[in-house]
Ligand binder design. Structure first.
Ligand code: BG6
Length: 487
C-alpha cells in the first residue's frame, strides 16, 4: 500500500472529484493499495459536512453503476472497498482565495499531504501561493507535501512559464505533479515496454526505415456542456501540446537509461525540444458544422451552448511536425485531433518505407501496400501491422494482411478509470507519469507560432460525423501521402 497521507482535494464538489478521483480511489481501495492511515479532506466553497459529502459521493458512485456513459464500468459497488474510502472522507468549507481557509486547513492536517487542485485553471497559481505562504508546503523528515495540478497548465508559452515560475517560488519542482491523463492510460505506458523490451523494433525505429508517423485522437463527441471553457481554448490548446505530445514523446524519444522518473522525463524533454516550431502553413484548423453522429442529427459548434454564433474557435487541428534530431530528421509526424468525427480513435501509426520494387514489377504487381504498424489506445487497446504476402495460386500476386493483437485477449482487464496509477504514483512519489516544468514548456514552445498566427484567423469547416476538413487531406496530399481512415 502507499504510505499513509491526507489527500486534500480542492474542488471536492466538482465534476473531476466525482467522475474520476472517487472511482479511482475506490479501485485503489479494492486493490488494497491505500494505507489504513489514508484520509481525504475535501475543500470547497459550498456548505457541507463530513457526513453530507460522504452521502453526496456515495450517491454519485451508485449512479455510475447505472450510467453506462461514465468511465466507471462497474455493475455494483463493493461495500467494503467503498466503506474504506467513505469513512475517511472529511469536509472543510473554504474560499480558495481567502487566507483564512488556509489557516483553517492548517489546523486540520499534519504529516504527509497530497494537495489535489481539482479546480479551474485560474486558481492554480493562487492556491499554490496561499499553501506556500501558510507554510503548508514545507516538508519534514518522513512527511512529504506534494501538489497535483490538472490541465490546462497555462494557455501559451508565456503563461506556462509564468505559472511555473510562480509555483516554483513556493516549493521545489520535485513536489509538483502536473497531470496529463493520457499518461494514466495503460497503452500509453505500455509503449515504452513495446519499444524497449522488443529487440526487433528498435533497429527500424528511425529515419532510415520510417517514412512517416500519424498520430490521431479523434472523438465523436462534440463540445458538450463545456462551451465556456472551450471557446477561448480550442482543439490546439486542449489536445496538442499536452496529450498528443505525450504520444509523440513516447513513440519518438530515445531509450532512457532507466525507468526512473528523471531519466524518462529528460528523454521526453529532449524530444519535445527537438520539435521545430510549427509553421502556420503546416497546420489546418477546422470547426464542425451541423451533421449526423451515430445516425442522429447534431448541431454545429456555433449552435452549442455557451458558444458565440460567429465563433472561430477550432474543434479540429491537423499539423505536420518535424523533429530535428539524428533519429528523425526528415521524417514527418502528422498529428490530428478533432471533435465530432466519424469514429472514436486514438492511435499512433508508423508507416515504414517500401522495399525495392523491381522484384515485383515483372510479376504485374503495380503497388505494394506500405507496412503500417498501428498502436491503438482508444477505444480498443491493441496493435495491428500490415504485411504483404503472396496470394495462394500459381502466379506471384500479392495481398495485404494484418496481424493484430488486443490487450484484452491476453490480460484480464482491471477496473480502471485512468487515475488509479496517477494517484498511487503521487502517493509513493514516483513522478515518471507526470509533466516536469520543461516538458510542459517545450510543448507550448512548439505550438506557440500557431497560437500567435491563429488569433482571429478563419477556420475551415467540416460536417459533424466526417473525417475533418478537406484542407487536412491536402496537407498530406502535397507530400504524396494520405490519412488512414478512422474506422
Ligand atoms: C481532455 C480534453 O483533456 O481530453 C477533452 O479537455 C477531451 O476535450 C479529452 O475530450 C480526451 O480524452 P480521452 O481520454 O477521452 O481520449
Amino acid at each position: 500500500a502507499a504510505p499513509p497521507c491526507t489527500l486534500v482535494i480542492f474542488g471536492a464538489a466538482g465534476d473531476l472529484t466525482k467522475r474520476l478521483l472517487m472511482p479511482a480511489l475506490y479501485n485503489l481501495s479494492g486493490a488494497g493499495l491505500l494505507a489504513e492511515g489514508f484520509r481525504i479532506l475535501g475543500v470547497d466553497h459550498n456548505d457541507n459536512t463530513d457526513e453530507g459529502l460522504r452521502a453526496d459521493l456515495t450517491q454519485t458512485m451508485e449512479s455510475f453503476t447505472k450510467d453506462k456513459t461514465s468511465e466507471f464500468h462497474a455493475d455494483r459497488i463493493d461495500p467494503a472497498a467503498w466503506g474504506f474510502v467513505r469513512e475517511r472522507i472529511h469536509f472543510l468549507k473554504g474560499d480558495f482565495e481567502d487566507p483564512a481557509s488556509y489557516a483553517a486547513l492548517k489546523d486540520r492536517i499534519g504529516g504527509s499531504v497530497v494537495f489535489y487542485l481539482a479546480v479551474a485553471a485560474r486558481f492554480f497559481g493562487s492556491i499554490v501561493e496561499q499553501l506556500g505562504q501558510a507554510g503548508l508546503l514545507a516538508q519534514s523528515e518522513g512527511a512529504f507535501r506534494r501538489v497535483v495540478i490538472e490541465k490546462p497548465f497555462g494557455s501559451d508559452l508565456a503563461s506556462a512559464q509564468a505559472l511555473n515560475a510562480r509555483i516554483l517560488r513556493q516549493a521545489d519542482e520535485s513536489q509538483f505533479f502536473r497531470i496529463d491523463h493520457f499518461l494514466g492510460k495503460e497503452t500509453v505506458q505500455s509503449l515504452m515496454a513495446l519499444r524497449f523490451a522488443n529487440g526487433m523494433l528498435e533497429p527500424v525505429w528511425r529515419r532510415e526505415y520510417v517514412d512517416h508517423v500519424q498520430i490521431t485522437a479523434a472523438e465523436t463527441i462534440g463540445v458538450e456542456e463545456r462551451g465556456a471553457f472551450y471557446e477561448p481554448t480550442g482543439a490546439l490548446r486542449d489536445m496538442v501540446p499536452n496529450h498528443l505530445f505525450q504520444l509523440l514523446c513516447m513513440v519518438a524519444m530515445e531509450p532512457p537509461n532507466s525507468f526512473e522518473a528523471e531519466a524518462v522525463r529528460t528523454e521526453k524533454a529532449k524530444l519535445a525540444e527537438a520539435v521545430r516550431p510549427i509553421e502556420p502553413g503546416d497546420a489546418v484548423r477546422g470547426q464542425y458544422t451541423a451533421g449526423t453522429e451515430g445516425g442522429q442529427a447534431v448541431v454545429g459548434y456555433r449552435d452549442e451552448p455557451h458558444v458565440a454564433a460567429d465563433s472561430r474557435t477550432e474543434t479540429y487541428v491537423a499539423l505536420k511536425l518535424q523533429i530535428e534530431n539524428w533519429r528523425w530528421a526528415g521524417v514527418p509526424f502528422y498529428l490530428r485531433t478533432g471533435k465530432r468525427m466519424t469514429d472514436r480513435l486514438t492511435e499512433i501509426a508508423i508507416h515504414f518505407k517500401p522495399p525495392p520494387f523491381r522484384l515485383f514489377r515483372e510479376t504485374g504487381v503495380t503497388e505494394l501496400a506500405p507496412n503500417v504498424m498501428r498502436l491503438t489506445i482508444d477505444p480498443e487497446q491493441g496493435s495491428s501491422t500490415v504485411l504483404n504476402v503472396k496470394r495462394p495460386g500459381p502466379k506471384m500476386a500479392l495481398g495485404s494482411v494484418a496481424t493484430r493483437f488486443r490487450y484484452a485477449d491476453f490480460f484480464p482487464e482491471k477496473p480502471n478509470v485512468g487515475y488509479e496509477t496517477l494517484l498511487y504514483d503521487c502517493m509513493v512519489g514516483d513522478a515518471t507519469l507526470f509533466q516536469r516544468a520543461d516538458n510542459i514548456e517545450a510543448g507550448w514552445a512548439a505550438v506557440d507560432p500557431l497560437l500567435k498566427a491563429w488569433k482571429g484567423a478563419d477556420v475551415a469547416f467540416y460536417a459533424a460525423g466526417t473525417d475533418g476538413p478537406t484542407e487536412a487531406d491536402d496537407l498530406l496530399a502535397r507530400d504524396g501521402r494520405r490519412w488512414l481512415p478512422l474506422g
